[in-house]
Write a protein that binds this ligand. Sequence first.
Ligand SMILES: *Cc1c(COP(=O)(O)O)cnc(C)c1O
Length: 349
Amino acid sequence: MFDLYQIVRPNILALKPYSSARDEFSGHASVYLDANENAYGSPLSQNYNRYPDPHQHTLKQKISAIKGIPVENIFLGNGSDEAIDILYRIFCRPGADNVIICPPTYGMYEVSANINDAAVRRVPLLPSFELDVHEILRATDAQSRMLFICSPNNPTGNSLHKEDIEYLVRRFPGVVVIDEAYINYSRQSSCISLLTEYPNVVVLQTFSKAWGLAGLRLGMAFASTAIIDLMDKVKPPYNVSENTQQLVSQALTHIDQVNEQIRSTVRERNALIHALSSLPIIQKVYPSDANFLLVKVTDAHALYTYLASHGTIVRDRSKVEHCENCLRITIGTPEENQTLIAQLKAYSA
Ligand SMILES: *Cc1c(COP(=O)(O)O)cnc(C)c1O
């Protein structure tokens, strides 16, 4: 049923990608006069005068070893947000194709659709925050190019049922993009396991959350070699900076520290759920597989304003579907969480 080359935009299929200086000469030389770089160096203690590796080869090999995924199945971008935009540019003919999103969910799927002039079909999650699989398939037609599934979902915090995801992957005629930005905090395993069986799956992960590297901007996409080749063809040649490639490579050697932080975050998440549940202004704390909690309160706007005036900023999500009077609260350090609870108690009193 799924035929990749039927759904790729014809101009992208025909595209001849930019050939960089480093593509045209990839051996080793002593004098590089081919890329119009400044040969003298940079006005910094470290030199960045040379363009970075456009294929991020060293970094991809390290990620490949950790994830157990071949290099050919990995795309690296300037955050997951770049991967999302590139997928739109590969699959959605502006003004003609559509994508399906399941609100409440991450806002970039819709913004990127609007930028790329793709129509958005919104099939809300059920009140249980699970996928409405039958409505999703009913909303699907021959111009449906992508289905975005965020698991664990932002802002609701829950992981979506894997059986529902696989059910949709089997039936959806386009690409199913599974955004796993919060997977490191989840009790559910990654959908990377679906990649070997299904050619229409793209899994997104990021260094912005559990890895603590949001400022460096590095996102990953895992997919078939055919999809990865298309993403590489469309991306700007030097989309991941030298600084990012070097620093993320270093960070990958400290996976124990990252795992310890994940355990602390989960511990703090449980403690915060417990503390919040006993406060009368908190009507509901939703279960979370992520590094944040969605909470329903009596008056979200008033509470948001109170917390902000005391120096604590949370996210007011009360305007989105199924989230009336809801705030999204990121798990902080133990001290930050104590501060939050003290402020909530003072507000309650
Ligand atoms: C934070 C987040 C991301 C991360 O995006 P980057 O561009 O990699 O920083 C992706 N998806 C979701 C759902 C997020 O919440």
